[in-house]
Design a protein around this ligand. Structure first.
Ligand SMILES: Cc1cc2nc3c(=O)[nH]c(=O)nc-3n(C[C@H](O)[C@H](O)[C@H](O)COP(=O)(O)OP(=O)(O)OC[C@H]3O[C@@H](n4cnc5c(N)ncnc54)[C@H](O)[C@@H]3O)c2cc1C
Length: 428
């Protein structure tokens, strides 16, 4: 390995939305920053998001208040609400052409039994300062039993936005990080050193310290891009088993759904499920494109943003966005900037990876541990279909023809090429 490069104050690993925004704010604060990206800019989950910019993170606030208390739940809500304003400000100040638009966000149900959940969610969100209300009026092509509207949320075209951010940043693409030792970042091409290192690689590829592989799993969802649909003002997400996600993107409608834990789609049928919904609700529509993506689901329902572990004061992590990475990336970027620049940030205590929300996450921790033990045991009896992360048994994803890990969510194509981390190596 050649000589170590030492000219950067901060190295950010990953050029998804989280890494790019973090580098942007650090650069604005006067830091010399380099981003290392294993693929190309936004080649990870950011390139496949539906990009609703909202503090409406599914059914969140009623549960959060019960699990972590009103004060902390209020900080979570406040941080994500402020993130929407921060996007608007950044986009306006830098004249970024990305169709940023304010719009309402709705959670809906078609099941009577679930409408009470939405009423409680509306009350909880309102009590935390979010402009929220319960309604039964929506633009959806079917009747709902209830919906929670969050007013004044937003949407944009994420690729136009990240493209503009990337132009002003120093980024090394096709540069995979394979290790971190102290202040050194190890890539296949050589070593770099920085005072601070930020792991914004979606799922941290480093297992210890931090133990993120024990603290979250990944979930995958499917999207169709439709033309020929009526234009939607609001953004929608169904809370029922067969719930759909809808949001206007330019002239197209993005229709999403079919969520499952990564590694648990042997039967397939997720795209078929969406196609059936298109036939039923948008018979005039044409399917222009389709894709799927995944995100990290932390046990206590809160992203990990801050110091990677107690033992690594110069190493930071951003992960665990639960499919709500737009506002979460903005929250993360500002938190990490403030941590590195030695500024106080009132939201840090909610998102710190060193938090102790045992009660809030125990049930999910135990369920995840069960899946991992099963995956690891299965891996001992197979040679061909083992994950290169920790050796769990991979399963076939029929919709994507990929081999996916139920334990931590790494994915490989049929030839063994790595598609999604935390693994960093291809399969033989
Ligand atoms: C179907 C779907 C729809 C979604 N819709 C929404 C939505 O409407 N609103 C919302 O808020 N959120 C949404 N999300 C979530 C959101 O898209 C993600 O949370 C967000 O894009 C994650 O950004 P990121 O920067 O953390 O990760 P990524 O975009 O995956 O970026 C991480 C980057 O790190 C790179 N990398 C990984 N390992 C290494 C390494 N070892 N060395 C160097 N580089 C590395 C990767 O190549 C990648 O480019 C959705 C998620 C899914 C699955």
């Amino acid at each position: 390995m050649g000589k170590t490069e030492t000219e950067y104050e901060v190295i950010v690993i990953g050029a998804g939305l989280a890494g790019l925004l973090t580098a942007w704010y650090l650069k604005e604060a006067g830091k010399k920053v380099l981003i290392l990206e294993s693929g190309t800019v936004a080649s990870g989950q950011t390139g496949r998001t539906t990009a609703k910019i909202t503090s409406q993170h599914g059914l969140k606030y009623d549960t959060l208040i019960k699990k972590i208390g009103k004060e902390r739940a209020g900080l979570y809500a406040g941080a994500n609400q402020k993130a929407i304003d921060a996007y608007e400000e950044l986009i306006q100040e830098n004249q970024i052409d990305c169709e940023f638009k304010r719009c309402p966000a709705y959670l809906y149900t078609t099941a009577k039994v679930n409408s009470g959940l939405l009423k409680r969610e509306a009350d909880a969100a309102k009590s935390l300062g979010i402009p929220a209300y319960f309604t039964t009026e929506t633009e959806l092509p079917f009747a709902v039993e209830g919906a929670v509207c969050f007013e004044d949320q937003a949407r944009f075209l994420p690729l136009e936005f990240v493209g503009a951010l990337a132009e002003g940043l120093e980024i090394r693409e096709n540069c995979q990080v394979i290790g971190i030792k102290g202040n050194r970042v190890i890539t296949r091409e050589g070593m770099l050193e920085a005072e601070k290192i930020v792991v914004a690689a979606h799922y941290p590829f480093r297992n210890l310290p931090g133990f993120y592989f024990l603290r979250q799993h990944q979930e995958r969802s499917y999207v169709l891009k439709l033309s020929g649909c009526p234009e939607y003002t609001g953004m929608y997400l169904g809370i029922d088993q067969d719930g759909l996600s809808l949001r206007q993107a330019g002239d197209f409608l993005l229709l999403g759904g079919g969520s499952h834990r990564t590694g648990e789609n042997q039967e397939g049928g997720k795209y078929t499920f969406l196609e059936t919904a298109v036939k039923k609700y948008f018979p005039e529509a044409r399917i222009e494109d389709r894709w799927s993506a995944q995100d990290c689901m932390p046990h206590d329902g809160i992203p990990f943003i801050g110091q990677f572990s107690y033992f690594t004061p110069n190493l930071y992590v951003i992960t665990g966005f639960q499919k709500w990475g737009m506002t979460s990336s903005m929250v993360a970027a500002q938190l990490i900037r403030d941590a590195i620049c030695g500024r106080e940030n009132p939201y840090a205590k909610v998102f710190t990876p060193q938090r102790c929300h045992i009660r809030a996450g125990m049930e999910n921790f135990l369920a995840d541990a069960g899946v991992s033990v099963k995956g690891l045991a299965g891996g001992m009896f197979t040679k061909r279909h083992r994950c290169t992360h920790m050796g769990c048994k991979l399963t076939r994803n029929r919709d994507e023809q990929s081999w996916d890990c139920p334990c931590h969510g790494s994915r490989f194509d049929s030839k063994g090429k790595l598609l999604d981390n935390p693994a960093i190596k291809n399969r033989d």
